[in-house]
Design a protein around this ligand. Sequence first.
Ligand code: DSN
Length: 485
Amino acid sequence: MTADSSIAAPGTDYAATASEAYRAALKVIESVEPRIAEATRQELADQRDSLKLIASENYASPAVLLTMGTWFSDKYAEGTIGHRFYAACQNVDTVEALAAEHARELFGAPYAYAQPHSGIDANLVAFWAILATRVEAPGLAELGAKHVNDLSEADWETLRAKLGNQRLLGMSLDTGGHLTHGFRPNISGKMFHQRSYGTDAQTGLIDYDAVRAAAKEFKPLILVAGYSAYPRRVNFAKMREIADEVGATLMVDMAHFAGLVAGKVFTGDEDPVPHAHVTTTTTHKSLRGPRGGLVLATEEYAPAVDKGCPMVLGGPLSHVMAAKAVALAEARQPAFRDYAQAVADNAQSLAEGFTSRGARLVTGGTDNHLVLLDVTSFGLTGRQAESALLDAGVVTNRNAIPADPNGAWYTSGIRFGTPALTTRGFGAAEFDKVAELVVEVLSNTQAEGTSKAKYATADGVAARVHAASSEMLAANPLYPGLTLS
Ligand code: DSN
């Protein structure tokens, strides 16, 4: 099998070898629980025949997927490279060191930590590394102690109270921030006293003067930048300036756009890594790896991040760290830069496809990998639009828009992303067609009564759109040449 990072057009041998591997694996699974083998086959069939436009999803290469199915899954390895709480971790050390090395090289980071199991875990590691560095370490020094276990119960209570009384400033949820950036339903909101910065009500863009004013007033320990539904680029140099002015640590969550950073679409002030003290990401979105997380850090924060397990995390998923190493190796190949640029170009095309057909986009367009469509102009909630699109084989997710009148459950927006279909080989023309099909569904769908969930789409529209999208999908197959029977 050749390591072809352009999984949309792998060589014939690659497809044939991957087919053989999956057929063998499914046969083994089938012998124990045939329903799981069947669900696995069906998932591939469903993914092959739907327009996957969820901005946080992608298709990992067979090399990445196959790497996850090994006996590394069976090994405990709490601790860090060369310093484990279990014996016989020599091969896990190799895997984790390689994942970290690829991450450091790819992102130009002094330090990388490959253990987080997900984005929330990566953010928790980052938060606690910052708290350990900025609150616990000086607290211990003040009390003349080296280790938390050396403190009296009373002193530990004083330090614990300090750890639990810190401030965090992040982007508001309705303007594109993420739940893990200090919001109450998530543990981050229970840990920190949180405030949000939003976007300008007219332009929808981040107003850096407003962020600065909020930071000066609130004086956070941590300034969080990064988003999951903001369709624009961020100037991380400015964010760092603001953090420095108020003595905050800049943490950037680049989960959504890590692929654009890796592919050098975001450079200079738009590359978070040289500006942030700590950068977190997931590995499965635009980065196109296995499901998981990653933390990058400066030398100052590296020692605390390195204690992520067991401070915050359970035993590392060694099989997933191995797959991270493979995916990061793929992302270091020149073809990944072409892929990342295509993701951004395709988002432009999708946005223009919408605006040229009269649809309203939050911020008027995009300059990253995602587009946020305001569906109120179609007289629909996000929930109704999401369901009507799904009936037509178009997989998206509803999302709040700034000052959303329908709240976070029903919402008024649909978020679209280009990473997955770009992996399949979709280009500008296909994304313009996607916009046409989406507008066709939404303009032929009506809300039923006053319900925020019920809707009706004109007869025949869903079937027509599904047929048109199936044609495009057949011309750009997922895992071309991969056959399971
Ligand atoms: N679930 C991811 C997203 O869709 O943005 C992040 O939580």
